[in-house]
Design a protein around this ligand. Structure first.
Ligand SMILES: [Zn+2]
Ligand SMILES: [Zn+2]
Length: 240
């Protein structure tokens, strides 16, 4: 059972880095933290995302564009513009790389406010780093995979970021219920979103993009928000 445990651990650490650090902190500045904690979570993002490292600047710029132009022709990843999630994520991947490598610049008003660590970002994005993570996951499976059915799980480690992105951006703007009319297609897909740690409350998030708690109704649960709240009680200098 080591392989499923490894997959679940990778799923949630990578997801936490995406929703807590790259989305809520880097893109929206929903809370603040000291420089030391910022570096810690930046490093955690790089390590936990591994092969599919998300450059916080590229993520923030593309994501702010998504909020500014939700489900219009200028939205970089609206399901309304694609036949299925695969071409949507491929187009997102190309633009993400273009922005991350400064081949494309977006509107100046979308810039700023995201954490920078050029050396770490360069390292996380480097082909050698990707080769290391690919070899690490393959080597780990060679050591601990004891049944044939475990091997089809391996590609999920390489595609972790795109899988999360496809779920949130496709399902969160296509399936579910709406609390607000945001003049877009955003939906809340789940009532208790433990699967993507709150990211599938897209309709609530598009209503108020600086609110740390993605849950709005009494019956909705956003796990990442409670981690942010708890971080204050254990002494981390993070303010919601
Ligand atoms: Zn959205
Ligand atoms: Zn957002």
């Amino acid at each position: 059972m080591i392989v499923p445990a490894f997959l679940v651990t990778h799923w949630f650490t990578s997801l936490f880095a995406q929703t807590f650090f790259v989305h809520r902190f880097a893109s929206h500045r929903m809370f603040s933290m000291s420089r030391g904690w910022e570096r810690f979570f930046h490093l955690l993002s790089c390590v936990s995302q591994g092969f599919s490292f998300l450059n916080p600047r590229a993520y923030a710029l593309l994501h702010r564009m998504h909020h500014a132009y939700g489900d219009t022709a200028k939205d970089p990843h609206s399901p309304a513009s694609f036949t299925n999630a695969a071409p949507m994520m491929l187009a997102t991947f190309r633009r993400f790389n273009a922005i991350g490598h400064h081949r494309e610049s977006l509107e100046p008003r979308l810039e700023g406010g995201y954490p920078r660590w050029p050396l770490l970002e360069k390292t996380g994005d480097h082909p050698l780093s990707m080769a290391f993570w690919a070899a690490f996951c393959l080597g780990f499976y060679c050591l601990v995979a004891t049944s044939w059915w475990m091997w089809p799980l391996l590609p999920a480690h390489y595609l972790m970021g795109p899988i999360h992105g496809a779920m949130v951006n496709w399902c969160g703007h296509r399936y579910g219920y709406r609390n607000f009319d945001n003049r877009d297609q955003s939906r809340n897909t789940l009532l208790w979103d433990f699967l993507t740690m709150g990211e599938l409350f897209q309709n609530n998030q598009h209503r108020n993009c600086t609110r740390a708690n993605f849950a709005v109704r009494w019956y909705e649960v956003d796990p990442c928000y409670w981690i942010i709240r708890a971080s204050r009680s254990w002494g981390a200098p993070i303010e919601a």
